[in-house]
Design a protein. Structure first.
Length: 205
């Protein structure tokens, strides 16, 4: 992916005017607005990356990309179905380390429709792993699981919460859903009493 990002057209962003007020190490060497690219492998599209603004920096012999206005990264299977995605309000890609850092309203989804929400996430491309030390919330069809810290495969199909806080089980009342015309047919959610959480870390496979 890092290689693919190198091949795009950048817009004129008046970097020369900014240089008068900043040191060279703090300035981007490239800037692109409304960035949108597809990454393929063996002729098959595997990823899509979209961002309102992309900045490229080269500092201390290291290159990294910054997405100060957020980004959306989607991963596809061979039939072009989205099998996972990462969305964040801010992100960085460290090319040499093959690592991403996402911050602020980070949302990860998997092929099962499960969502992970957190404020900070690391994605290690080489190891195909994602992890965080922050508060996490896993939202599934019938439950919401919360805790501190998480490790997972990059597709979020095999995850583990390090310090689980609890699980809220949810039922969808189909009868109320049918009669709730004033709420645009939204299902009524009834929360069951919280079940005791296990002292061990929550795992899902």
């Amino acid at each position: 992916m890092g290689t693919a990002i190198l091949f795009f057209a950048c817009s004129n962003n008046e970097i020369d005017k900014i240089q008068a007020f900043s040191s060279p190490e703090e300035l981007p060497i490239l800037e692109t607005k409304n960035f949108n690219t597809l990454i393929s492998d063996s002729g098959i599209i595997r990823n899509s990356l979209k961002a309102p603004l992309l900045l490229q920096f080269h500092n201390g012999g290291k290159t990294f990309y910054e997405f100060p206005e957020g980004m959306l990264l989607e991963k596809f299977d061979e039939e072009q179905n989205v099998i996972s995605s990462i969305r964040a309000d801010y992100a960085k890609q460290f090319v040499k380390d093959s690592k991403w850092e996402a911050k602020n309203n980070v949302v990860v989804t998997n092929a099962n429709g499960d969502s992970l929400k957190t404020e900070h996430l690391i994605w290690e491309e080489k190891n195909e792993k994602i992890h965080t030390e922050e508060f996490v919330k896993i939202i599934r069809d019938d439950q919401i699981i919360t805790g501190i810290g998480l490790t997972s495969d990059q597709n979020m199909l095999n995850w583990r919460i390090r310090k689980p806080k609890g699980t809220i089980y949810i039922d969808v009342d189909e009868k109320q859903q049918t009669n709730s015309s004033n709420t645009e047919n939204a299902p009524a959610l009834n929360t069951k009493p919280k079940k005791p959480s296990s002292p061990q870390a929550v795992k899902f496979k």
